[in-house]
Design a protein around this ligand. Structure first.
Ligand code: GLA
Length: 760
């Protein structure tokens, strides 16, 4: 323990936004050096302080304070998490809460930061261990701490055994988002078995009412926002599927009170950075105390820790906003864009891409792809991606996965002629891969039937005619890394669409020692991350998209190693509005690939105009997935204009602050979003009408996030605004008088921008 209070200030990032154009193979990209875009308190530096009198740790950053303290029994507990307090405000002292009766021991009522299962704990433990002598009691007390820049490590130890837990807290200076993880160290003389391990517990401040939001989905119907009042009891979100999964995403938001407003109210939110089986438990007790725990899924879990070994959990991120769920998602977007995705903070804006999957399916070949590439280039596409079907004996989804050599019938001269052609058209080249899978009908499986997840003597359940390679095995890891490295070394490839099209079954690892076989859940993901990290290091210009039969592998773990994600195979532009809206609660529009595809759409036979399809996709990272061979000259001209307009606003859409003006939730007839540029120079608005009913007028749009006194000039790009005579007015005018959009009919859309006068 230190003798005096320690203070470490974290330097804020530069405040000047800078765009630099990079010329890559004739295509233009922009890298953005981000300003300090903290929502509040930009002037106050982030800091972590320790008060040795109160035995309290206080973390302050952006507009958030997080305070924990050690109580009289040595337990670490949460004291405050919420809006940033004044520097001179008192450091509270920690005291264990008393239990209310003999049935309710104090350990359950005290908001512990990290709970070991022992000493009468009934709430969800963060750590449960079975020792070789049969003892299963674990009580963790504070032993030491260290503060380094924006990181605080607090070490706990069991009261009698040499089991140490380092609690790692990292606070983001720009957003106040905390990253928490726990490292378990075995300094006993024997192996012990970890049966449950979470990153830590988020304790929420008291309230009599809370609302919970989370995201659920299924294939082609991802990202449904669920909202419900919370009651005493436990809600469990998990994936037992071996990967993140789509049924529920590892993200939550809890709002205090029962009235929800997009941009007002106290919201606590969190997201788990793990792409394997996971669990988040949200418990509310009889006194309305809320605890959120999350980490490795305890189902079918065990991990043997040998003496002097350690195991670290995934990071569980948590944040707070007093600007409602809208403010919470803006903070999270900022954090994800600046601190999670690779090469942050000098991230590249997403190029406009073309992908032929919906146009050609598996039927790819050199001439067909080259013809599409020429057409794509003519409308301003910057990246041409060839999807499934180019390798092995891949005619359909029954064969070929695992055999990562170029199919000689489809590409007799290899990939080089196509790649050269794409480059000559001024685009870079991307390729689809599904590295973790194998079809039983493949050379790889015939040679290595033991390389898949399996239980000996049991059926191997196929999904999409494929099995999952056991990436936990070092030989499989070496094979997967090897073929990807070779592919990227031998070909000038700028982008991989990394797919993953089924969940696990029979998750056996027969080659591992018996008591280590369940470690497959962790070692698989560690090796996946390892491969991605190594590939990125060796091929730093290659970008990667995480795709999983749509949006089934989107989380902050995979996002740390990839550049964008595919949110859904559903490309119907109307369905996409709610899919994209749901996605935006947890993840930024700039990382969300959105294609313009054919009409009628393959999913639902719905017909929509090209303008409508473009505007829906322009809410995210624009791509084209239509069969360009069927387009008319008017389609090409229109698409070229809209691609150009998208490029002009993409920095704002991909990198700005998102305001949901009208949510498409609940089957609303209308929806509208607004993105405000980081430097405030413009706002970009998209509005959509599903279908006019009973002559109802489109609701006026009251813009948000503008500077009240600045003057903005309105530019109409698509769709009519009613009062086109007013084109120049103050931020206050646009925010309070609003804009009247005159959309009528079915599947209509409008796109307009407001440019701040005098902005560069
Ligand atoms: C998945 C993806 C699609 C496409 C196919 C190819 O379903 O989500 O976009 O790449 O695989 O087989």
């Amino acid at each position: 323990m230190t003798d005096s209070a320690l203070t470490f200030c974290v330097p804020m990032r530069g405040v000047i936004q800078r765009f630099c154009a990079l010329v890559v193979l004739g295509a233009f990209y922009f890298s953005v050096a981000h300003p300090a875009h903290a929502q509040q308190s930009a002037a106050e530096p982030a800091q972590i302080r320790y008060d040795n009198t109160a035995h309290t740790f206080r973390m302050d950053a952006a507009d958030v304070s997080y305070i924990v303290g050690v109580n009289e029994s040595g337990t670490l507990q949460m004291l405050y998490w919420g809006k940033r307090l004044r520097p001179a405000d008192p450091f509270p002292e920690a005291h264990a809460n008393g239990g209310s009766s003999a049935f309710d021991l104090p350990v359950n009522a005290t908001p512990q930061e990290f709970t070991g299962w022992g000493g009468g704990l009934y709430v969800v433990p963060d750590l449960k261990i079975t020792f070789p002598d049969g003892n299963r009691d674990l009580v963790l007390h504070y032993v030491s701490h260290a503060i380094q820049l924006n990181t605080l490590t607090i070490t706990l130890k069991d009261i009698s055994r040499d089991v140490f837990v380092d609690l790692l807290y990292e606070i983001d200076p720009e957003t106040g988002v905390l990253a928490r993880s726990a490292r378990i160290r075995n300094h006993t003389k024997e192996r012990f078995t970890i049966e449950q391990l979470f990153a830590g517990t988020w304790n929420l401040p008291g309230a009599d009412k809370y609302q919970l939001r989370y995201l659920t989905g299924r294939w082609a119907g991802e990202w449904n926002l669920q909202q419900q009042a919370m009651h005493p009891g436990k809600v469990v979100f998990e994936s037992r599927r071996g990967s993140t999964g789509v049924e529920v995403n590892p993200w939550f938001a809890i709002e205090r009170g029962s009235q929800s407003d997009q941009d007002d109210g106290d919201v606590w939110f969190g997201a788990l950075g793990w792409s394997g089986s996971w669990q988040i438990d949200i418990e509310q007790d009889w006194a309305n105390r809320v605890r959120v725990t999350g980490g490795f899924d305890p189902f079918d879990f065990s991990y043997v820790l040998a003496p002097d070994q350690s195991l670290q959990t995934p990071k569980f991120y948590g944040g707070y906003s007093n600007k409602g769920i809208g403010g919470a998602s803006r903070l999270l977007h900022r954090f994800e864009l600046d601190s999670i995705v690779p090469v942050a903070p000098h991230r590249r804006l997403r190029p406009v891409l073309y992908n032929s999957w919906e146009a050609t399916g598996f039927d790819v070949n050199e001439a067909g792809q080259e013809a599409l590439a020429e057409k794509a280039a003519s409308i301003g596409v910057e990246r041409f991606v060839m999807d499934d079907g180019w390798f092995g004996e891949r005619k359909d989804d029954h064969a070929g996965l695992g055999d990562w050599y170029v199919n000689a019938h489809k590409f007799p001269h290899g990939l080089k002629p196509l790649i050269d052609k794409v480059h000559s058209l001024g685009m870079d080249f991307g390729l689809w891969v599904e590295p973790e899978m194998v079809n039983p009908d493949s050379e790889l499986y015939r040679n290595h039937p033991d390389w898949v997840l399996n239980f000996p003597g049991r059926p191997r359940t196929e999904g999409r005619h494929q099995l999952v390679l056991n990436l936990a095995r070092e030989d499989v890891r070496a094979y997967v890394y090897g073929f990807l490295d070779k592919l990227l070394t031998e070909n000038d490839i700028a982008f991989l669409k990394w797919d993953y099209n089924r969940n696990w079954s029979e998750p056996g690892w027969p080659a591992a020692p018996l008591d280590e076989q369940k470690e497959v859940y962790i070692k698989y993901v560690q090796n996946l991350y390892g491969i991605l990290a190594e590939l990125r290091a060796k091929h730093p210009n290659v970008e990667i998209e995480s795709c999983s039969g749509g949006g089934a592998r989107v989380d902050l773990g995979i996002m740390h190693l990839t550049d964008e994600v595919w949110p859904s195979d559903n490309t119907d532009p109307f369905d996409r509005l709610s899919i994209q809206d749901g996605f935006s609660y947890a993840y930024p529009p700039g990382l969300m690939m959105a294609w313009v595809t054919d009409s009628p759409n393959w999913m639902n036979n719905r017909s929509t105009s090209l303008d409508y399809r473009f505007l829906s996709s322009m809410q995210g990272s624009l791509g084209i997935g239509a069969n360009l061979n069927k387009w008319t000259p008017e389609d090409f001209a229109n698409a070229k204009r809209l691609v150009g307009e998208y490029k002009a606003v993409r920095a704002t859409v991909q990198d700005g602050a998102l305001y949901r003006l009208i949510s498409p939730l609940g089957g609303s007839e209308y929806s509208a979003t607004e993105s405000v540029a980081r430097d405030g120079h413009e706002a970009v608005v998209f509005a959509f009408l599903h279908s006019s009913q009973q002559g109802n007028a489109f609701p006026d749009l009251y813009l948000r996030g503008l500077e009240p006194d600045s003057v903005y000039i309105l530019h109409e790009h698509v769709g009519k605004l009613q009062d086109s005579t007013v084109q120049r007015a103050s931020g206050d005018y646009w925010m309070h008088h609003g804009v009247t959009v005159s959309l009528r009919g079915d599947f209509q859309a409008a796109f307009f921008t407001l440019e701040k006068e005098g902005a560069q």
